[in-house]
Design a protein around this ligand. Structure first.
Ligand code: GCW
Length: 705
């Protein structure tokens, strides 16, 4: 009897655990809608490649796999009998893959697709464009779109890149989905099949670069031993159009080369980097380049030798010589003046260097001036560097956004920054247009996202974390896409094609970031998370290694009010922006309240444009956050029949944690700020059942050994 029960239990498990999420948005499960599926089956019999090449074959193969999965029918891959063929009407019941002859478009990674049911023409503007075109075609079928369409796409950003903060020992800094996907101890002899899955997933959304190690970099990655391993990874990623970058430790000439200095102006150091760069190219001829975190948070850099960021970056650019690689130099520095305002330190250090960087250098700037807070105003460097290409650095991993337990769809956050107007060259000079080169004519353009991938079966821990990886890639390709459109694509490919269900999920996703901000950092509060772990609230943190690592430095809550006055009170950082921006953010009565305490310190009873006092507005936002999460739970519960059971249960469990922790944030912030405001909760809101001491102790758990 026991055995029978065990057997039944196992059977039920195998059907319960149906989808572990490992296939991401490239599921290719049989299309349920019979009419659509049958029309596909009837329309297509073959895939035709006009010119034989590895990439064309790869693109064709990808369509073949997708078509088989989605319809059950295997399409033949044929080579065109007449190479001059290519006319739209010459394809009979087939999908023709070809390369465009238009020279001006040759270099681009773009593609065109002309499709009528039964004859679809995918024209890559380069070999790589063909791969992107194939994935675009597949996406369309996955979403059960019309087969009669024409599209013409070119990427808006040249280097669309994931930054992995993965360490040599297999851990991931700020990673919440297991350990590193790179198995350094197995490489180069064992190629984990996930490297190929990774390459496919990235190619499907247009990502064409990856820096494979943490910016807090180990010199180990520059040894011959590790270059051989990195080469093995590069060889797997190359066919899909992904170039490998390495994060470097600026002290490597000393630690690896045995030199006495790493001074970028020292001839011996310069020669060391030149030789090292040549050596890397022997392993990886199409090496993407270097990513550098220097003189930031204890990392070594040129300032250790009295040199500038430009001296350091230009030395590496020089080492690159005639190779194609570039140098991406991070602007995340804030060591200048601990008594100043961290908000402006990167600007202050880099602004005098504008125009002094080598043409192979691009400076990578985080979206906001502090550090990937859930909501930051755009970094004031954007729009202020006409002579130095600036790259965008977003964080896909949810360091300050609930790790992998809180559901947080980040496209709206990326978009908010990209769509912000810098007014650099007049109205419409959005951050997006700065980084895509159209405002200042940058010769190099880069958008980077700090990856949220790990060894978890579903890659990102939270199933909805995948949507952030997806959204990052789609926006790097085309920053004009809307967050809703991207969410809809991801949901339809990943969770369900049912239109009512997918609409509900998109709605939930679109509300997720605002809800999170409500229960953590409403009205422009920032940097109040638990020290070190960055999870949960610690607004009372007042002592740390530096004042700007505490919470009180940022919220400035006191008897007289709350907020960081950057409008002349504590600092004048608001002045770094264009007059139009100062105009709007400088006035607490007219501004977007979402940025309020980034720039203003206001009394608790100050009447806001909403008609409420600061205190009442703050509390109503803190209290609405958990209510919104409760709504997400209800919505999710209502979707049970539409979603694969494993994914359903996974998300359900995480939403329950999210609800519990939204109360933690709410209670902690209310109980802490109340000490200063001395004001009661607005009428309808209920007192928490715990005390300030309770929530303080809750945070302390995270520091226990
Ligand atoms: O947000 C901070 C993180 C660090 C990170 C640093 C950076 C890689 O807490 O873990 O280090 O930013 O971006 O360099």
């Amino acid at each position: 009897m026991k055995r029978v029960l065990l057997f039944l239990f196992l059977i039920s498990c195998s059907s319960v655990f149906a989808d572990d999420g490992s296939r991401l948005w490239l599921k290719y499960d049989l299309i349920k809608d019979e009419v659509y599926r049958k029309s596909l089956v009837k329309s297509y019999n073959q895939i035709v490649i006009q010119f034989e090449s590895d990439k064309a074959k790869l693109a064709a193969k990808e369509i073949q796999i997708a078509f088989k999965g989605l319809t059950g029918k295997e399409l033949q891959i044929n080579l065109a009998s007449k190479p001059e063929l290519g006319g739209f009407n010459s394809i009979k019941k087939g999908i023709l893959l070809t390369i465009g002859t238009d020279k001006s478009e040759k270099e681009s990674e773009g593609f065109r697709i002309q499709s009528q049911k039964g004859s679809s023409l995918i024209i890559g503007k380069s070999e790589q464009g063909l791969i992107y075109g194939a994935f675009a075609f597949i996406r369309l079928i996955q979403m059960q779109g019309t087969l009669d369409f024409t599209i013409n796409e070119n990427p808006k950003i040249q280097v669309r890149m994931l930054n992995h903060w993965d360490n040599a020992n297999g851990t991931v800094e700020r990673g919440y989905a297991g350990s590193s996907i790179w198995k350094w101890f197995e490489l180069p002899y064992r190629i984990d099949p996930r490297y190929i899955d990774y390459a496919r997933a990235n190619a499907s959304i247009g990502i064409n670069a990856a820096s494979i190690n943490n910016v807090n970099a180990s010199s180990r990655f520059l040894t011959a031993e590790y270059l051989e391993k990195i080469k093995a990874v590069a060889d797997v990623l190359r066919p899909y159009g992904i170039k490998v970058f390495i994060s470097v430790n600026f002290r490597s000439p000393r630690t690896l080369g045995g030199l006495e200095t790493s001074d970028p102006l020292d001839p011996g150091v310069r020669k060391w980097w030149k030789d090292k760069t040549d050596e890397i190219h022997q392993y990886i001829p199409d090496f993407g380049g270097y990513l550098v975190k220097a003189n930031s948070e204890g990392e070594p850099g040129p300032q250790d030798y009295g040199r500038t960021h430009a001296d350091g970056a230009n030395m590496l650019a020089d080492a690159m010589g005639d190779h194609e690689g570039i140098v991406i130099w991070r602007a995340f520095v804030y060591d200048a003046d601990p008594d100043g305002d961290r908000f402006r330190e990167a600007y202050d250090q880099f602004k005098p260097l504008d125009g002094t960087f080598d043409k192979k250098v691009i400076v990578q700037v985080k979206n906001g001036p502090i550090d990937f807070m859930p909501r930051e105003p755009f970094h004031p460097m954007f729009g202020s560097f006409p002579e130095t290409p600036l790259a965008m650095e977003f964080q896909i991993t949810q360091e300050y956004l609930g790790h992998s337990t809180h559901l947080n769809y980040l496209a709206p956050m990326f978009k908010e920054c990209l769509d912000s107007d810098t007014y650099a060259e007049g109205k419409g000079s959005t951050v997006a247009k700065v980084i895509d080169g159209s405002v200042h004519g940058y010769p190099i353009t880069v958008m980077a996202g700090v990856a949220n991938t790990g060894s978890d079966a579903n890659w990102t821990g939270h199933p909805f974390g995948q949507a952030n990886w997806y959204a990052f890639g789609r926006l790097a390709w085309d920053h004009t896409l809307s967050s809703e459109k991207i969410a809809n694509e991801w949901v339809k490919q990943t969770l369900t094609n049912d239109s009512e269900a997918s609409q509900k999920i998109v709605g939930l996703m679109m509300n997720s970031l605002p809800a999170y901000i409500n229960y953590t950092y409403p009205l422009g509060l920032h940097h109040m998370m638990g020290e070190g772990h960055h999870y949960g609230p610690q607004p009372w943190l007042e002592k740390s290694g530096r004042p700007d690592w505490t919470s009180v430095y940022y919220h400035r809550a006191a008897k007289d009010g709350i907020g960081f006055d950057r409008n002349g009170g504590i600092s004048n950082s608001l002045k770094l922006y264009a007059p139009e921006v100062i105009d709007s953010w400088g006035n607490p009565d007219k501004m977007d309240l979402n940025y309020l305490f980034w720039f203003h310190h206001l009394s608790w009873d100050y009447k806001l444009s909403t008609g409420k006092t600061v205190w009442d507005e703050l509390m109503s936002r803190y209290y609405s956050g958990p209510e919104e999460v409760k709504e997400f739970q209800k919505t999710w519960d209502s979707l049970k029949s539409e979603i694969d059971i494993e994914t359903y249960e996974n998300v359900k469990g995480r939403l329950a944690i999210q609800y519990k922790e939204s109360l933690w944030w709410r209670d902690a912030c209310y109980l802490y700020f109340k000490q200063y405001s001395g004001m009661p909760l607005p009428n309808s809101l209920k007192e928490p059942e715990r005390t300030l001491q309770d929530v303080i102790e809750l945070e302390q758990i995270y520091h226990l050994r």
